[in-house]
Design a protein around this ligand. Structure first.
Ligand code: 5AD
Ligand code: SF4
Length: 515
């Protein structure tokens, strides 16, 4: 039993208040022993240089730790988290653990969590509840919480207080320390907490076990310095740190050599890539220009911030080839006033100008976006501006969200006069527009032939295969399973609202990527 649990059970610890504690005493004592993350520290952006390391090694002491043991990781949230799971899986495998799909069989279960909205967090707490009974009769089982939620002090405190089934909590900057954290969790009977509030260095040679061998994720940068007033990410993922171009190019070349067909470059704000280099002038446009020469069919990136989307990048994307003509460009709101309070640092007009530039250079570009409705004090007129911007741009699709206050962010302190009912009604209206316009965007595909990267069985029907076009349209069709992993031509026989049904024509022979 640790000090925290002792305290909860009314037992004295060495330096805990000896009498029965009041809530106030408890909080005071808690603050004095608490050693988890701090959002205040996470907000600081130091000038220190980021160091790059490529000497990750597993201490021989830990080799064999995973012998006869299995691990399971449940991933919540974005592709960044999915990719972190690939890295953690690589570390587990290097330690000798085996992957299992079945939590009941696992000796270590990790929840790789998302902090972006409250409902994402509630799902994690629910899951922790479900996992608790697995501990019964299985003293060797370790349950861990990692990812963005572990960077939040309120979450760590809640877990300490209420979820004693958790054996370890570690942060997004501590992933490379997984062997040490596991070791400590096996040795100690207390909850192991290792969360660095401040980002660490960039570590290059971490092992990875990729989810599949068709589409690969490649980090190009970590962190975010934008501090949009609603967003927790700059606190959970640290300051912007770009990977060195040669490391990224080498990784993409390696994936191309292994037969991968599509690469997604990842970053919280990929357009800020290279801003932190002080020895070279090299930005996302330069990187895309170099990557386009690699012999791999498709390269995409996510996610973009309109503010840093520069002309050179547009010029390079217009060269086409393996650079796909789908751009996800989160707008968040169509009202300049709202954008200002969100600290997005562009206006409605600025966004429309950027869209114009993109469309002039890449006339067929498909644009998708993210939108938040019901930001504090959003008026009906301001919401209508979002609706009209959506129509004006003619987005193909959008991810839409009701604003969720995140503790520690500036927006969470704003008074809000918009009732939840109104927010929900706005979301419904927006979603109707999004689905109507998605159906519109699908119509022209009727009877056309599209190129599809086949990913596997469709989710709904295992006899049907599914894959995506360059513009990220989902296509379902029947074909032999041998075409999984290939780029194929499909004739569209039915354009639906969110997907296309088609007939398989043939496998596309390898196209030479331009040099
Ligand atoms: N509430 C609702 N949506 C949010 N997003 C980010 N923070 C919040 C929040 N506090 C949305 C934004 C972002 C996407 C990944 O999640 O639209 O682009
Ligand atoms: Fe969630 Fe954002 Fe963290 Fe991704 S980066 S896991 S979306 S909070």
């Amino acid at each position: 039993m640790n000090e925290e649990q002792r305290l909860q059970n009314g037992l004295a610890t060495d330096d805990a208040p000896k009498q029965k504690t009041t809530e106030k005493d408890y909080s005071k004592y808690f603050e004095s022993v608490y050693s988890g993350p701090s959002l205040k520290d996470a907000k600081k952006r130091g000038k220190e240089e980021i160091e790059y390391h490529d000497n990750f090694q597993i201490d021989p002491l830990f080799k064999g730790m995973g012998q006869d043991r299995k691990f399971h990781i449940q991933t919540f949230g974005c592709q960044m988290n999915e990719h972190d799971t690939e890295v953690m899986s690589g570390i587990f495998m290097a330690l000798g653990y085996e992957w299992t799909d079945n939590v009941k069989e696992a000796n270590v279960i990790l929840l790789n969590t998302c902090a972006i909205r409250e409902n994402a967090e509630n799902r994690v707490f629910g899951e922790l509840g479900h996992l608790k009974p697995l501990k019964v009769g299985k003293p060797d089982l370790l349950i861990g919480v990692c990812g963005c939620m572990s960077q939040e002090e309120s979450v760590v405190k809640k877990i300490l207080k209420t979820y004693d089934q958790v054996d370890m909590i570690f942060g997004t900057h501590n992933i490379h320390r997984l062997p040490e954290i596991l070791h400590e969790a096996y040795m100690s009977k207390e909850m192991v907490i290792e969360v660095w509030s401040k980002e660490g260095d960039v570590i290059e040679n971490l092992p990875k076990v990729r989810r599949d061998n068709i589409k690969g994720w490649v980090n190009i940068m970590y962190g975010c310095d934008k501090f949009c007033t609603y967003c927790i990410v700059p606190y959970t993922r640290g300051k912007e740190r770009s990977r060195r171009p040669q490391d990224i190019i080498q990784e993409v070349r390696q994936l191309a050599a292994e037969g991968y067909k599509e690469i997604t470059l990842l970053g919280q704000n990929v357009n800020a890539f290279g801003k932190d280099f002080d020895d070279i002038d090299y930005r996302l446009g330069d990187l895309m220009d170099d990557l386009r020469k690699i012999d791999i069919p498709r390269i995409r990136f996510t996610t973009s911030h309109p503010r840093d989307f520069d002309d050179h990048l547009i010029e390079v994307l217009a060269k086409g080839g393996n650079l796909v003509d789908h751009i996800h460009l989160p707008v968040q709101s169509g009202s300049s006033e709202m954008l200002k309070i969100m600290a997005r640092k562009y206006t409605r007009e600025g966004y429309l100008e950027l869209v114009d530039k993109i469309r002039t250079a890449i006339p067929n570009a498909s644009l998708t976006t993210d939108i938040i409705v019901g930001f504090p004090n959003e008026t009906d007129e301001q919401f209508e501006e979002t609706m009209s911007l959506y129509r004006e741009v003619g987005f193909d699709m959008a991810f839409t969200y009701i604003y969720s206050p995140r503790e520690g962010t500036p927006a969470a302190k704003m008074q809000d006069n918009v009732p939840m009912e109104v927010k929900k009604e706005r979301l419904q209206r927006l979603n109707k527009l999004v689905s109507d316009m998605s159906a519109e965007a699908m119509k022209p595909y009727q009877d056309q032939i599209v190129k599809v990267l086949v990913e596997g069985e469709s989710k709904r029907n295992p006899e049907v295969l599914a894959g995506y076009t360059e513009k990220s349209k989902l296509v379902n069709f029947r074909a032999p399973r041998s075409v999984i992993g290939e780029i194929v031509e499909v004739r569209i026989i039915e354009a639906k609202t969110w997907s296309l049904d088609g007939e398989f024509i043939r496998v596309v022979k390898k196209e030479k990527v331009m040099g």
